[in-house]
Structure formats: structure tokens, C-alpha cells
Design a protein around this ligand. Structure first.
Ligand SMILES: [Mg+2]
Length: 240
């Protein structure tokens, strides 16, 4: 990231903090996966475990899987595996293997943070914001999510000025869930800003709270063809 880009990012992030200070109690909403947390290490761990599983029957496939690194991860694990040259039958098995693990509490602890995220959330709270973690993770993932937040030094949900909103049901589509929660938050009070990695969700935030600042994290997203609202602000991470 160039010095100029970093300065621009710092200005955008600082403006939210200044506004939090000017309007205490205003909400700042953060998505979790690929917004505050990078899911890369969780993906890589599952790929390594799958490599261990197929090693004895298919050492070549195991080698292909082990060669996958951070840079070659795609949003969908099946695309990552196809790019790596894994044959179709194994891609399907991998998909099931991945699905049985990716949403489990003990795997959530594998995630690293997006650079600067914990300090930024801490400062938002210190400057008067009400931090809302709103995620497509479901209630079954609460334990691992709370542990991961605590381990990395994010403001603890449940304490004053931070809360965690998870999906009551795993199978509710994220978009429908977020639309419903936003409608509720709108009744509660002012929103200063939101942070998301899915362009479609950023647009939903923008539609619900047109006066707030809405950020797209340029980490990775599901690739659905959506044009981002022109008012949305783009950042790479939370470094300032
Ligand atoms: Mg996300």
C-alpha cells in the first residue's frame, strides 16, 4: 500500500472516530468475516487437514493441496482447489469436508485479524461509539466468536458499548438477516458508519442509513456481480 493510499485510508477512518466523539452513542457496525477477521488461516488449516486425509490414497492430490498458500485462496474453497488442479471427485469431497469444519467454534480460533482492526474498534469505543458486531455467523458460533474477539483484544461484546448480533438460524440468508437487523437498529438510534466486505451488504447499509459513512473492505467477497454504491468508501484494512 502506497504512503498516499495509507494516508487517505487514515483520514477516512479518523473521520468516523471524530464523528463518534461528536455524537456519543452513535453506532458503528462491523461485519466479522473478512472485515475484522481474515478467514485465510481457517481455510488453509482445513485444506491441510484434508491433505492429511487423502495422503495415503492419493499423495499427488495431497501435495497439490499443501502447495496452496495465502495468495492462491479464492472466496470459495472449491474454486481454490480447482485452480490448484485437484480432480473433480476430490473437489466434491473437499467441499463436504470444508463445510463440516469452517463454521465450527474451534476453527474460528484459527483466524487472524485484519491489520489494525482491534485497536480501531477499541478506539471507537473509547471515543464514544457503540460498537455493533453484526455477522452472518449463527448463534451456534457464539462461543468461538466471543473467544476470538477476546483473544485478539477487541472490545468485549456484552460489556458497555459493544454487542454481538448473530443469526438465530444457520440457514437464514445473510442478506435477509442483515436487512431485518438494520431495520431494528434504525429504530434504536443513529448509525455513524458501517464496515463490510460484501458490496451487496454495503449497498444495503447505504440504503438504510444514507447519511452515514459506509466502508467496503477490499479483502475478498463472494464475487456476486453487484456494483458498489458510488458513495461507499474503500479501504484495505484498519491501519492508520
Ligand atoms: Mg464478511
Amino acid at each position: 500500500m502506497s504512503g498516499a493510499a495509507l494516508r487517505r485510508q487514515a483520514e477516512l477512518l479518523d473521520a468516523v472516530l471524530a464523528e463518534a466523539e461528536a455524537a456519543p452513542g452513535a453506532m458503528v457496525i462491523f461485519d466479522l468475516d473478512d472485515t475484522l477477521f481474515s478467514t485465510a488461516r481457517r481455510h488453509l488449516r482445513i485444506l491441510r487437514e484434508f491433505a492429511d486425509l487423502v495422503e495415503s490414497g492419493d499423495p499427488d492430490a495431497a501435495a497439490l493441496l499443501r502447495a496452496i498458500d495465502h495468495e492462491s485462496l479464492r472466496y470459495a474453497v472449491t474454486d481454490t482447489a480447482k485452480d490448484a488442479g485437484l480432480r473433480d471427485a476430490l473437489v466434491k469431497d473437499l467441499r463436504d469436508f470444508w463445510f463440516a469444519r469452517f463454521f465450527k467454534n474451534r476453527y474460528l480460533l484459527e483466524d487472524d485479524v485484519v491489520p489494525g482492526a482491534p485497536a480501531y474498534c477499541e478506539e471507537a469505543v473509547a471515543r464514544g461509539a457503540a460498537v455493533v458486531y453484526m455477522t452472518g455467523r449463527d448463534e451456534g458460533m457464539r462461543e468461538g466468536t466471543e473467544s476470538a474477539l477476546e483473544r485478539h483484544g477487541f472490545p468485549r461484546p456484552g460489556a458497555a458499548r459493544a454487542r454481538l448480533i448473530l443469526k438465530p438460524r444457520f440457514d437464514t440468508p445473510d442478506m435477509a438477516f442483515k436487512a431485518e437487523v438494520l431495520a431494528r437498529l434504525k429504530e434504536e438510534g443513529a448509525v455513524a458508519a458501517s464496515f463490510e466486505n460484501e458490496p451487496a451488504h454495503v449497498n444495503l447499509f447505504r440504503e438504510t442509513f444514507p447519511a452515514a459513512r459506509h466502508f467496503l473492505l477490499e479483502t475478498k467477497h463472494s464475487g456476486r456481480p453487484v456494483s458498489l454504491h458510488p458513495d461507499a468508501l474503500r479501504i484495505r484494512d484498519f491501519r492508520r
